[in-house]
Design a binder for this molecule. Sequence first.
Ligand code: ADE
Ligand code: ZN
Length: 338
Amino acid sequence: MQKNELKQLVQQLPKAELHLHIEGTLEPALMWRLAKKHNIALPFSSVEAIQQAYQFNNLQSFLDLYYQGADVLRDEDDFFELMWAYLSKCHEQNIVHVEVMFDPQTHTTRDIGYDVFMPGFAKAIEKAKAELDMSAYLILSFLRHMSEDSAIETLEQAKPYYSMISAVGLDSSELGNPPSKFQRVFAQSAALGFNLVAHAGEEGPPEYIWEAINLLKVDRIDHGVRSSEDPKLMTYLKEQQIPLTVCPLSNLKLCVVDDISQHNIVELLHDGLLVMVNSDDPSYFGGYLNENFYALIDKLSLSSQDIVALASNSITASFLPENEKQHWLNKIQEITSN
Ligand code: ADE
Ligand code: ZN
């Protein structure tokens, strides 16, 4: 298949997105408008100047801008707009199910509580269910640069909203903040019945991936691209089919890889690991889910079978009930057998 046909296939296939930070979908134009609305002085002279500032040399240089950007999110409507804009984009890209991370501590540390952001998210998710025929789950993510006590408090504060949350996660500055720091709060989250995910092996070493598996008992690893440095880990991930939610453009923008042509996602897939494509923070990294696929198609030799496998893996690795997974897998099969 030609590259343009492969891109059409990406658009046609129903897909799930499993690694997405809602705060990372804040487009410069919305940031600008919300700053005006709330009378917040931004350190940028225009929307274009915001865009131009998005040059990063590692995870931390991105996180500094990302937390600063999130400061324009102040009221329930802002959180609704943010979520609705993302879900509308998903609909355009034929993404039928999403599992969206949100960082409560980014907001509670600014005195913006769950009672502000959760109703905003809920309204957008309900509207998407009704109008776009898509499902969205929420993943409460703890900031790993903060203490475990703060994470425990964050979990407790979420109590009135537990029924809206399907998993807990772990994000922010990885190096120096290993998964072992969050063992208690993950055990508490598991006891409450939440699914578990954690960022590991983005910048951090394979040992962090082992810790996330053995100490936090996660169901999925976010990123995990450094697994390929540890053959025993590769075998384990393959045997256990522990999903890795890989984010190619994120890895490029944060200098985890120098070029997409050097990305290991195709090797991970061909080695039998349960990997799929995600966008992480699309507004900051230059593309939503389909643009991540397009970048792979442009720079790597990806076959139509690879694309179908990646789309199928996104459904298989989701927290959807089995009957809904089967429904979407059948749809993929129908499309590919025509
Ligand atoms: N928060 C938002 N995006 C992130 C990433 N790629 N890694 C860690 N924390 C994040
Ligand atoms: Zn992430």
